[in-house]
Design a protein around this ligand. Sequence first.
Ligand SMILES: Nc1ncnc2c1ncn2[C@@H]1O[C@H](COP(=O)(O)OP(=O)(O)O)[C@@H](O)[C@H]1O
Ligand SMILES: [Mg+2]
Length: 349
Amino acid sequence: MAKERIVSQNAQVAEPEAEFDPQVLEIRPRALADYVGQRALVERLGIALDAAKARGDTMEHVLLHGPPGLGKTTLAHVIAAEMGTKAYITSGPALTKAGDLVGTLTKMEAGDILFIDEIHRLPASVEEYIYPAMEDRRIDFTLDSGMHARVVTISLKPFTLIGATTRAGLLTQALRSRFGIAQHLEFYAHADLVSILVRAAGIYGIRGIREDAFDAIAARARGTPRIALRLLRRVRDFAQVRGQGIADAKTVASALALEGIDARGLDELDRKYMRAIADIYRGGPVGVEAIAATLAEDSGTLEDVVEPYLLQIGFLARTRQGRRLTKHGADAIGFTLSGDAPSDGQLFE
Ligand SMILES: Nc1ncnc2c1ncn2[C@@H]1O[C@H](COP(=O)(O)OP(=O)(O)O)[C@@H](O)[C@H]1O
Ligand SMILES: [Mg+2]
């Protein structure tokens, strides 16, 4: 299908996961109809897409935010495919010079899509150029400097900027307000993860995975398609080597226990994170920087990949004073919260 080729041909920065597994790219749904879950988001985008197409217009600028692996990049490709246009893929940290951005923008044809991943890491010096580009399709570029400095205005063809970020809070208000559509991606429901897994198993050509195995993988996927797909590949390998290619729920449990993943999908880092709050900070509250220093981890990593799911399942609470374990979280690691740390649903007179 021509549409598919258009998008992948123009991916300028390879997806990191694609380097590990070429099948990952095939797994991405291409049409909005194949995009599982995220109903509210899909409905809003569907309306915006249909309306733009009917008017022969370009799609509004879209900001997608949410934890990693929930389908932001996938959605950017889907939008390009639905609009029948090209997607240029780049990221905030890759756009170090304004010239890089100007180069790409001037190359783009009417209706093309510029996808900027990790847009919260766009350097301020580059961000400045984005504002007039988004609003007035124009770039004011200064050539030379000092006495010879002159401003050249370049007009651009209509385009759609799709920004993705794991940290909407780090975006400047100026940038955020220039997106016509801003949407948060939610963790996926169990049934949605199962359908993503079943579809992927079909594409990977994995047979021998029983229904209860899909359930067991979905239960350990932390509401995240990328994790679900990664676990599926681990289970496939395990079943191939140890189970004659057959996997049931028990196979999944053994395969994933080997990877340090428990029945809730929590891994070594999640447990270390909770243990640090429990053992060193008596259950909290404690600032994320302090936890990061204790674990010798980057605080951004903790905020992106550890905390969102622990918050979602109610193991962790964020308060003004910092993070603290909830009663559920403490129970999960066999820690007893002391009386002076308020636990959930328990009020102190
Ligand atoms: N809604 C979805 N339906 C089907 N597969 C999905 C969906 N969302 C994500 N995926 C799959 O999960 C993986 C991670 O998605 P990706 O778009 O790279 O996440 P993000 O950019 O938010 O980190 C991809 O392989 C993609 O195919
Ligand atoms: Mg991505």
